[in-house]
Design a binder for this molecule. Structure first.
Ligand code: UDP
Ligand code: MG
Length: 324
């Protein structure tokens, strides 16, 4: 038997939210009247979440837990869930209940109408700092402007993906992943469903500014060459300014004026050095990403994957049981 829906939840130290998440998920998903599975990806939690997840999987055979060998990050955790999803549609949702599980029913409704990607759009956010909201807003708009793919504004990873989209995305093994961009890149029929983002149920955000910047940088480098183009434009601007300055110096000389001072020389040398290092750094960022692709390491290491009711041989008795 295969489930119709696979709910994927990345978990990093969310012990308070997990039991509530499970209860609300069961009551929502049971309303569909179709078989479903819950895939919890333990992204190297160390606060006791792992134990809670293990208990959930033992109690409810529809729950599968993928335990990572260490913390690999949110995007990779979701990727692992997508790799192991068996359903006709997968729903990606956060563990902290900021994305209300009840909205899943609306996503499913749109899927039944024939949309292959149904993303949830945040119309409002409660319980988040002014700084978080502003940086997130700038983030979405910047990405929208810079990247080649039109990535919907104010839509996070909370979304439903049809099996077709899932298969394509699972075949894209790029190392620095920006899943929102990848799911937009795939195409097919896509639609947004508005929702209010709730405050975190418990705990603190696992996305500090550093991780947000890294995600934005992955989005930009993964979906555009704009930084490289900026480097080139910068080169042209500096070259243009120096030509103007050369003309100025020639005119001054002709008129008998001598330019004096080492400071000018020093400043222009330092300025050029700075510009060159910045451009080199930008090229380096792309180079590093190429290096990561060439190394071709696995995206994650799953230390353990718990069995589920949907495993192919779960109905049959195991080798051990038959012998007994
Ligand atoms: N998360 C994860 N690995 C990480 C960081 C976060 O699996 O390294 C999970 C986290 O447990 C949550 C989801 O990703 O389920 C979103 O994280 P968070 O709520 O902290 O982000 P925010 O909503 O503040 O942007
Ligand atoms: Mg959150």
């Amino acid at each position: 038997m295969k489930p119709t829906y696979s709910v994927i939840v990345p978990v990093y130290n969310e012990k308070e939210s997990l039991p509530v998440l499970y209860e609300r998920m069961v009551s929502v998903m049971d309303q569909t009247g179709e078989p479903w599975e819950l895939i919890l990806v333990d992204d190297g939690s160390f606060d006791g979440s792992s134990q809670i997840m293990r208990e959930l999987s033992q109690k409810d055979p529809r729950v599968r837990v993928i335990f990572f060998a260490r913390n690999f990050g949110h995007q990779i955790a979701v990727t692992a869930g997508m790799d192991h999803a068996l359903g006709d549609a997968a729903i990606v949702i956060d563990a902290d209940l900021q994305d209300p599980p009840e909205v899943i029913l609306e996503l499913i409704e749109k899927w039944k109408e024939g949309y292959e990607v149904v993303y949830a759009v945040r119309t409002g956010r409660e319980g988040e700092s002014w700084f978080k909201k502003e940086t997130a807003s700038v983030f979405y708009r910047l990405i929208y402007k810079i990247t080649d793919v039109k990535i919907p504004l104010d839509a996070g990873d909370f979304r439903l993906l049809d099996r077709k989209v899932l298969d394509v995305m699972n075949s894209m093994r790029e190392k620095h992943r920006f899943l929102r961009g990848m799911s937009a890149w795939v195409g097919y029929k896509q639609i947004g469903v508005p929702y209010q983002r709730a405050p975190r149920y418990a705990g603190k955000t696992k996305y500090p500014l550093k991780k947000m910047i890294l995600l934005a940088w992955n989005a930009i480098t993964g979906f555009s060459y704009v930084p490289l183009q900026i480097a080139m434009i910068l080169g042209f601007i500096v070259a243009f300014i120096s030509i103007l300055l050369i003309i100025v110096v020639i005119i001054l000389r002709i008129n008998g004026n001598e330019l004096v001072g080492q400071a000018t020389t020093l400043i222009s040398t330092l300025f050029l050095g700075g510009v060159q290092l910045i451009c080199l750094g930008i090229i380096g960022e792309y180079l590093g990403r190429i290096y990561d692709e060439v190394k071709n390491r696995p995206l994650y290491i799953a230390a353990e994957i718990t069995p589920s009711i949907y495993d192919e041989d779960s109905e049959k008795p195991s080798e051990q049981e038959r012998k007994e």
